[in-house]
Design a protein around this ligand. Sequence first.
Ligand SMILES: [Zn+2]
Length: 54
Amino acid sequence: MAREVVHLERSRSWFSGTATTLCGITYPRGKHKTFWFASTNCRACLAIQKAEGR
Ligand SMILES: [Zn+2]
């Protein structure tokens, strides 16, 4: 039941390791998964992705 939500990444700071998702969540270094863009299941990310035509 505990399906993990995968977000799409908007940007990432390679200096701090902080990643920001399309839906506005910021993950500190080491707290985020690396399979961005693969298969998001975050509804907010999908909606924004569609709105931006990505
Ligand atoms: Zn998201």
